[in-house]
Ligand binder design. Sequence first.
Ligand code: COA
Length: 328
Amino acid sequence: MYGNTSLTEEEAKRLNLTEEDPIKLAEFEDRITRGEKIEPGDWMPKEYRKQLLRMIEQHAHSEIVGALPEGTWITRAPNFRRKLALIAKVQDEIGHGQLLYSAAETLGKTREQMLEDLLNGKSKYSNVFNYPALTWADVAVIGFLVDGAAIVNQVINSKGSYGPYCRALERICYEESFHLKQGHDNVVYLATGTKHQRAILQDAINRWYRPLLHFFGPPDRNSQHSEKLMKWKVKLASNDDMRNQFLDQYVPKIWELDLTFPDPNLKKNDDGIWEFSDPDWDEFKRVINGGGPCNAERLEVRKYAEEAGRWVRNALMSKNEKYVMPMA
Ligand code: COA
């Protein structure tokens, strides 16, 4: 055993914990087992801090990059009511980024460093936002299925062990549930509309199907971080379990509108597990490593926003003063 922890020496080595004080590590493990929240000033293993920061930072980036595909439709929304709802939603997503950057900052990395790592390609963000929103039906599908997938993931993560992340996610989930209603209303409207409206909706579903399967991460057998994250209750369901929950909740809702997914093998087995064709994990790897259809464009827009907004940030803060007190 490693000190008085529940770990074997081999596990401690694999989880990168051999440098840690075994007494403090055992106390930390006990707190996690008791379901206590870990707060920013508390002792935590370096690897826990590193993993959380990686995950929350990627999540924050996903929110601000995720606003872009829908944002391009604000000026082209089909009517004023849809435009107002979309403006509010896009604004919410940027606010989610704000909350998550604040939560990530409590772990010791500044927002400026995080944004720099997004722009220089060091940090990842969600695969789904590297695909284009070609028609208005894409806005409907993003609002219903992408936000639906995000809710499955975020409700689970909000029960995790790190206080600031959980509190940010609770608020985010309330707002996301409005986004979902907006997406659902939009999907139902198009599905019950003209032949053309149904056709663009079906086309959008076809294009988003595989990225949605990728959204929950690689299959459990290939997930590098799940073991640690689940041990420390940062993640409370595995990638495959979350993917299954999503299919269970959303596939029937699409089928009941007499729409389809482009996969003849998609079905629920008697044991409750959904079966689907291989969603091309090479495409997933390509997209998360910068080679998706819109990666370059997304980062260009973010670079432009950084440069164009610099004068506002400079005007708001004194040059020698750090402007952030973590809010989470
Ligand atoms: N998009 C981009 N990258 C992804 C991804 C996705 N949908 N799913 C997994 N990856 C990346 C991981 O970040 C990791 O890369 P890294 O080592 O360079 O950081 C790699 O693929 C291996 O995946 P895995 O070991 O399974 O990562 P994980 O245990 O962190 O699980 C998530 C992946 C997405 C389930 C998890 O990070 C998570 O819940 N994140 C917070 C929520 C979030 O970011 N949602 C997206 C926007 S709403």
